[in-house]
Every structure is written in C-alpha cells, then in structure tokens.
Design a binder for this molecule. Structure first.
Ligand code: A3P
Length: 282
C-alpha cells in the first residue's frame, strides 16, 4: 500500500491527498461554535465522537441511533470534508491530524477541541488488529515489525510521540480540553461532566446518565450507526477485523513479550522526556 509524505508525515494514498491536507491546514475555516474531536488513531475517536454527539443532544440517543458517526462528526482530512463543509453550525468535527497540520484558522477562533489520548501500547495493539481489516492497507506483519513502525512513526498520521507532544503543548489554551481513554474507562460520568463544563453545556443528572449509558461499549457495539459496520465492504473486510474489538485498557499485556515491552518502555521514556504532563499509564 503506497504512502506519501506531507510535511514529513506519512499518509496512505488510498485515503488521503496532499491537496486536501493542504486545504485543511491552510484554508479550512473553523467557526467559533465548532467542536472538534481530535484523537491519534485507535485512541478513542469513535467513543469521544459518540459522547460529544450525545452531549449535544442532551442525552437523547435518537441522533446517534439514526445517523452514521462519520456523518455526525466528519473527519476533516478525509473525503468526509465535503460533509463538514455543508454542515450548518454548530458543527461537530473529527480529526486525527497532529497539531502542526491542524487548520491554522484555529489560532484565531473560539472553536473548542477535545483531545483524547490513550496508552500508546494499547493504541498500537488496537491499530495492529484494525489494520488487518483494511483491504488496501499494508499488512501489519508481526507484532514486533509493527511495533518498530509505530515507534518510528512510519504509519498514517506519523509518530504518536510527536502527535501527543504537539497537542499537549497547547494545553493551556482555554479552548482545548485534554483527556484520556483511561479516564473515560475509570469514571465515564465524571469525564462527561467535565466535558459538559468545558463545552458550556448544562445537562441534568438524568441527561448525563443517558450519555453514560448510550456511550457504553456494549451500546455502541450494538448501534450500527456507531460501530464500523457502516464502512463499505469494498474498503473493509469485517470478517478480519472490527472497530469495537475489546474496549479495555491494558490489553497490550496480552500481546507484548517482556522483551518487546522493555523495548517499548525504552523508546517511550526517551521520547517523552520533558513532556510536562503525567498520564494514567506512567
Ligand atoms: P480496542 O481495539 O482496544 O478494543 P478509535 O475509535 O480511535 O478507532 O479507537 C478504537 C478503540 O476504541 C477500540 O479499542 C475500541 O474497542 C475502543 N472503543 C470504542 N468505543 C468504546 C467504548 N464505548 N468504550 C470503550 N472502548 C471503546
């Protein structure tokens, strides 16, 4: 599967184009009431998109049950950009872009970004399985081979380390909220309350309860509008992989040998040195 590099970051030619990436970075206008779900791949993108959609619907699940997730919260760097451009405000948007490729218009807007990150070991394992479903993507090879690609950033959207560093550096901005997949796992209700506060949305306890219930792993797995079952067969082989795989934290322990995990730790600490934030997995 061929890749091209845009500003040093790899993208699969099957899904991305230099033209769109350049448009999104330089010309796409974020509006003040936009809400952007920004996530490194396999770190809770769909989960947060569901949570945000449910919050915007005051806990009413009809929207998430009737409209596919990519239409509710289109990815701006994909073909879905067309949907984003036609959407009336307030828009809910999704992106996997690193901050350096994120629309420059953000710097002059009040658009709000929720950035979610996940233990990179789990993001890597999730990605390793998910990639097998994409007919056109390069086979991930062995866990070891894929880990080396992940650690060197030779995958779509580049290095996890650079992605996280780029967004974390922006954390003092009032219109960026950073949270983790692990916090969602530990206390979904508490996280939903914090996100509501950040977005300036006041939901009563019953509405919050409904957000929590409808964003659960099992509800999302059963909701055809939110699981990847809406990805067309010609792109994704649903017999080989699934989006809603396990939905747990720490699954990496079932995949990495002690030696592989030490290799990961070594790379992690070298690259994360100087990052001014502690994470639930540290
Ligand atoms: P696993 O492959 O570890 O199961 P993304 O949406 O960024 O592609 O991330 C997909 C990962 O998020 C998958 O992880 C998936 O199971 C998990 N996920 C999606 N919805 C979830 C939910 N409601 N609760 C917990 N995990 C969820």
């Amino acid at each position: 599967m061929p890749y091209f590099k845009y500003k040093g970051i790899p993208f699969s030619t099957e899904f991305f184009s230099e033209e769109t990436l350049s448009y999104v970075e330089n010309d796409f206008q974020l509006l003040d009431d936009d809400i952007v779900n920004a996530v490194y791949p396999k770190s809770g993108t769909h989960w947060m998109a569901e949570i945000l959609a449910l919050i915007l619907s005051h806990g009413d699940p009809s929207w998430v049950q009737s409209v596919p997730l990519w239409e509710r919260a289109p990815w701006i760097e994909l073909d879905h950009l067309k949907i984003a451009l036609k959407k009336p405000p307030p828009r809910l948007l999704t992106t996997h872009l690193p901050f350096q490729l994120f629309p420059k218009s953000f710097l002059h807007s009040k658009a709000k970004v929720v950035y979610t990150l996940r233990n990179p070991r789990d993001a890597m394992v999730s990605s390793y399985h998910f990639i097998k479903g994409f007919k056109e993507l390069k086979d991930p090879g062995t866990v070891e081979e894929f880990m080396e690609r992940f650690l060197s950033g030779e995958i779509d959207f580049g290095s996890w380390f650079d992605h996280v560093k780029g967004w974390v550096e922006m954390k003092e901005r009032a219109n960026i909220f950073i949270n983790t997949y692990e916090e969602l796992q530990q206390d979904l209700r508490g996280s939903v309350q914090k996100i509501c506060h950040f977005l300036g949305k006041e939901l009563n306890s019953q509405q919050i309860e409904s957000v929590v219930e409808n964003a659960s792993f099992h509800k999302m797995k059963d909701n055809k509008m939110s699981s990847s079952s809406t990805t067309p067969e010609n792109i994704f082989d649903h017999t080989k992989a699934t989006l809603m795989r396990k939905g747990i934290s720490g699954d990496w322990k079932n995949f990495l040998t002690v030696a592989q995990s030490e290799r990961f730790d070594d790379a992690y600490w070298k690259r994360m040195h100087g990052v001014n934030m502690t994470f639930p997995w540290d």
